[in-house]
Write a protein that binds this ligand. Structure first.
Ligand code: FES
Length: 351
């Protein structure tokens, strides 16, 4: 291996797994599926055009994982790291990384793991999205783009492999020096393992299955050359461990699929200027839930700061932004009220 030793990779990956395991209760899924939601009608967010697609293929790339081929006309081009929003038959909106071939202009491919104790989106995908079903999608959008680099390290946990898989193919096609640390509960539950192993071989791919290995060390990340781009997608514990192991002043590129903290902090007042109402948001209450008590028809979807549906214009006050979605420009005059709060005593919203 030109840049890293296999031993270091194995050891580092194993530490990731152990930290990830420690960070979760045993009843929680160790490697949660990407299950986010979508911009639908939030203020100022109209960048995604809805379109119909047909479930034209369905496969099982690993235990508990369903892969869907979604065919449609005139599908927009996409780049590795992109995701689409699926509007499920119930109206739930969930977000999935595209894991197929960007050159396949006739279809998108997504994969989802069934989360038994989830909020219902994955179960609906598994139980209702069979071949022949038509659904609506929005997107694609990409907030996890693959930058040009001579070298990459990818770290993926379970279904977090989905945005990484097209990156691996692109890195390989570009002749880049790439490595993957792929973690999961067991090999049987890790989708696309065969293709990935074929693509990279043992030199490039380190598989860390929880049921067969567990060895420490993340040190190799701390010794990476400056021109190596690091990408990670998986559970928070994994991403935190990767971030902690990076050289000082450098950060990995992360695709975060878990919710931001929705509550916590102190109580504050919010004035709904157009409605002429002023409310108190309790310390253990989200701003969205307080607003809904006055305006029950307000739009929202994911309640996790991912989709943008609940975005509202801020007229006055300092916002404690807790989402992963808005840009700095967008944050200048708006906020996602499902997760973000007030960093002072009072906010005024254009509601
Ligand atoms: S409801 Fe999705 S970001 Fe707020």
């Amino acid at each position: 291996m030109p840049r890293f030793t296999t031993v270091a990779l194995v050891a580092g990956a194993a530490l990731l797994v152990r930290r990830a395991v420690r960070s979760r209760m045993s009843t929680a899924p160790l490697w949660p599926m990407p299950a986010l939601d979508t911009p639908v009608s939030g203020y100022g967010r109209g960048s995604t055009v809805p379109r119909k697609v047909l479930v034209a293929g369905r496969a099982t790339p690993a235990e508990g994982v369903v892969e869907l081929r979604l065919e449609g006309a005139g599908l927009p081009a996409w780049q590795p790291g992109a995701h689409v929003d699926l509007v499920l038959p119930s109206g739930l909106v969930r977000q999935y990384s595209l894991c197929g071939d960007p050159d396949d202009g006739d279809a998108y491919t997504v994969a989802t793991r069934l989360i038994e104790d989830g909020r219902g989106g994955s179960r609906e995908v598994h139980e209702q999205l069979h071949e022949g079903v038509e659904i609506e999608i929005r997107g694609p959008r990409n907030r996890f783009p693959l930058v040009d680099s001579p070298a990459y390290v990818f770290v993926a946990g379970g279904i977090g492999i989905t945005p990484v898989l097209p990156m691996l193919r692109a890195a390989e096609a570009a002749g880049a020096d790439w490595r993957l640390v792929y973690c999961g509960r067991s090999r049987a539950t890790m989708p696309y393992l065969e293709e990935i192993t074929r693509l990279g071989g043992d030199d490039r791919v380190t598989v860390v299955a929880e049921d067969e290995s567990g060895f420490p060390e993340l040190e190799f990340l701390g010794r990476l050359p400056a021109d190596t781009a690091v990408y990670c997608c998986g559970p928070d514990g994994l991403m935190d461990a990767v971030g902690a192991a990076m050289p000082e002043g450098r950060a990995p590129r992360l695709e975060r699929f878990t919710a931001a903290a929705t509550v916590g902090g102190t109580a504050f007042e919010v004035e709904l200027r157009r409605s002429g109402r002023t409310l108190t948001v309790a310390a253990d209450q989200s701003l969205l839930s307080a607003v809904r008590e006055e305006l029950p028809g307000i739009t929202y979807s994911c309640r996790q700061g991912f989709c943008g549906t609940c975005r509202q214009r801020v007229l006055e006050g300092e916002v404690d932004h807790r989402d992963e979605l808005l840009t700095d420009d967008e944050r200048a005059d708006s906020m996602l009220i499902c997760v973000s709060r007030c960093s002072g005593k009072r906010l005024v919203l254009d509601l």
